[in-house]
Write a protein that binds this ligand. Structure first.
Ligand SMILES: C[S@@+](CC[C@H](N)C(=O)[O-])C[C@H]1O[C@@H](n2cnc3c(N)ncnc32)[C@H](O)[C@@H]1O
Length: 384
């Protein structure tokens, strides 16, 4: 192919603003998110039991919102099915993994077709996927019994403002963070409004939401260095060294916001949008899960391996942000080299002083239920 043709290809390439690395890569390197999900298993079992649907002559519908490749929550879902089967050996159960339109669900369906999957081991389990945003209802009115979501709903429906030399709203001053705060509030209301429509009476949701805890801690910023500040410095160093231009430097940004307790609580207060739509807040607690790669390094002392695996685990969700910031007219090989260089620099930083690097996960665990009041009839206007 001529270089001109390659340039045209690159410029018309479909580019997603939010996506994980495909082909099961995300699940393969995501020990931290998996630990968060596995840690919620007992709570999820209790929530499903509290829906009152187990053993009824109706289907039980369970959703994993923002499931990525669908593999992270398979153990949790499997445990939920086992617990339901104790009292309802044949009740039909529909599991729906949801994510954005370009999510790669192939690893999920491949896993479901294996002989030891929860679909193969049980009768009447229906595994499905939905490639549409969780800002809209994805189920018919009153169809959903239990909704689960982990490490996904901190993503915003759009990037409300540029962040300049910063990559994340958590690092900017209040004036620059305000549009992100407002977008996050509107998006949270949209998420809750959609669930208020979908949930059956007594249906429940558990959401593990990456956020800002009471001590000001967030993902990758507990003790030691701040992961997002490290990315800002390294991305800046690529610009200083002339590897990326100013437009590319300024374009990279995470379309995310880390919400506070007050921000999550607001719609549930008296007169708030969620409470008016019949949602009742049952729990809201912050939680820290230690970085498994750092813990492993403390045990093994293998600094090379730590640097490599630690960087890989965030590469799974940061790479598309940086790749999308690069000028698509650059040849693909050149874009790959820049991305390789970015992560090589991060690995070198970790090797220099490994004890300063960790990606502890700070979540708010939000649990709510739909009360028996009639569901709202009207769809909310789209927030996007
Ligand atoms: C960091 S991954 C988390 C995956 C998995 N739930 C876990 O616990 O590890 C975040 C996922 O949220 C998805 N996501 C972001 N915005 C979304 C939206 N509006 N609707 C559905 N999924 C979304 C992303 O595509 C991505 O797969």
């Amino acid at each position: 192919m001529s270089s001109e043709a390659m340039e045209i290809d690159a410029s018309t390439e479909r580019i997603d603003r939010i996506s994980m690395k495909e082909g099961g890569y995300y699940a393969a390197v995501s020990a931290g998110p998996r630990a968060v999900v596995d840690g919620l298993t007992d709570r999820a079992i209790a929530a499903v039991s509290a829906t009152g649907r187990i053993g009824k002559d109706e289907i039980l519908v369970i959703a994993d919102f923002g499931a990525a490749d669908g593999l992270i929550a398979t153990d949790l879902i499997s445990a939920l099915i086992d617990s339901v089967r104790l009292n309802a050996p044949d009740q039909p159960i529909r599991i729906c993994a949801t994510d954005l339109p370009d999510a790669d669900f192939r690893p999920y369906f491949q896993a479901m077709s294996l002989p030891d999957s929860y679909v193969s081991r049980n009768r009447n389990i229906f595994a499905t996927a939905c490639g549409l945003s969780f800002f809209e209802p994805l189920f018919a009115e009153g169809e959903l019994n239990f909704g689960f979501s982990a490490s996904a709903m901190h993503y915003l429906s759009r990037q409300p403002a540029p962040l300049g030399e910063y990559l994340h709203s958590v690092n900017v001053r209040e004036a620059e963070a305000a549009p992100f705060r407002a977008q996050a509030a509107a998006d949270w209301e949209a998420i809750l409004s959609a669930r208020a429509i979908e949930l059956a009476p007594d249906g429940r949701c558990i959401i593990a939401m990456l956020g800002l805890d009471e001590q000001g801690r967030h993902l990758g910023n507990t003790v030691g260095s701040n992961m997002f500040a490290n990315y800002e410095a390294i991305w800046g160093s690529l610009a200083d060294d002339g590897l990326i231009d100013d437009d590319e430097y300024l374009k990279a940004a995470f379309q995310q916001h880390f919400r506070t307790r007050q921000e999550l609580e607001a719609p549930f207060l008296a007169g708030g949008s969620a409470s008016l739509q019949g949602l009742e807040l049952l729990g809201l607690e912050s939680q820290k899960v230690d970085c498994p790669f750092h813990t492993q390094w403390l045990r093994s002392g293998d600094t090379q391996g730590f640097a490599r695996n630690f960087v890989k685990t965030h590469r799974s969700w940061t790479e598309t942000v940086f790749t999308n910031a690069l000028n698509p007219r650059r040849p693909a090989v050149e874009r790959q080299q820049i991305i390789q260089e970015l992560y090589a620099r991060y690995e070198a930083l970790v090797r220099q002083n490994p004890k300063r690097h960790r990606k502890d996960m700070i979540h708010w665990i939000v649990e709510f239920r739909k009360t028996a009041s009639p569901p709202p009839r009207q769809r909310r206007p789209s927030s996007t």
